[in-house]
Design a protein around this ligand. Structure first.
Ligand SMILES: Nc1nc2c(ncn2[C@@H]2O[C@H](COP(=O)(O)OP(=O)(O)OP(=O)(O)O)[C@@H](O)[C@H]2O)c(=O)[nH]1
Ligand SMILES: [Mg+2]
Length: 206
């Protein structure tokens, strides 16, 4: 399933339009808080930037790359009608130096712990390798902070239907104890799960 600009009226109403605002290397560079923020977290290469582009229907919005670790800065995007989307640097990039890893951790932790306007987290995982140690850390953090976290099992176009469904079922069972956590199938490439993900984001926006 692909979605284009000729999509039906019903879907267009859900459209999330965003424009790039600023890249922040440190907290001093964050824009002043202004309405809700929804942050996208996940392992490097899981597809955060691709997901953002798909959700906003704008391939140029966030830079994607075949080279993991591309997004090192925190990128803020203004959403038409209010609020922001925030692309957090990917974690778990094996080739990063120790110093880079520490720096990543410091930046992410600062954003997550200090940002009052944070309304929800989208955790992007590669469906073929979900629930890696850093993902679990992020989930624990969301639970401790009472912040809703919605997981996208991304790149599901890479798996057969049956395997996909099983993985979703297992993931749903794993997180079933709290309503702060939700999970769905997604493909930034094909658009699978697009409406559901937009619905979740729009819910947090209101
Ligand atoms: N098949 C497939 N490939 C995808 C999908 N989403 C992302 N990719 C590919 O995965 C690679 C990484 O995507 P990015 O969106 O750059 O990943 P990221 O999480 O932003 O990575 P960093 O910025 O390095 O943390 C790119 O080659 C994308 O084209 C998907 O749903 N399906
Ligand atoms: Mg990225």
């Amino acid at each position: 399933m692909t979605v284009d600009i000729n999509q039906p009226e019903k879907n267009r109403a859900k459209q999330i339009e965003a424009v790039f605002l600023i890249s922040a290397a440190s907290p001093g560079q964050y824009p002043a808080e202004n309405g809700y923020e929804i942050a996208f977290a996940g392992r490097s290469n899981a597809g955060k930037s691709s997901v953002l582009n798909r959700l906003t229907g704008n391939r140029q919005l966030a830079r994607t790359s075949k080279t993991p670790g591309r997004t090192q800065l925190i990128n803020f995007f203004d959403v038409t009608g209010g609020g922001r989307l925030v692309d957090l640097p990917g974690y778990g990039y094996a080739k990063a130096s120790q110093k880079q890893k520490l720096n990543w951790r410091k930046n992410n932790e600062h954003y997550l712990s200090q940002r009052d306007s944070l309304a929800g987290l989208i955790l992007v995982m590669d469906i073929r390798h979900p629930f890696q140690p850093y993902d679990l850390e992020m989930i624990d953090w969301a639970l401790d902070s009472r912040l809703p976290l919605h997981m996208l099992l991304n790149k599901c176009d890479k798996l057969k239907q049956g395997v996909r469904t099983n993985t979703l079922r297992e993931a749903t069972q794993k997180i079933s104890e709290t309503n702060l956590l939700t999970v769905q199938l997604f493909s930034a490439k094909s658009g699978i799960g697009l409406d559901q993900a937009r619905d979740q984001i729009n819910k947090w926006r209101t």
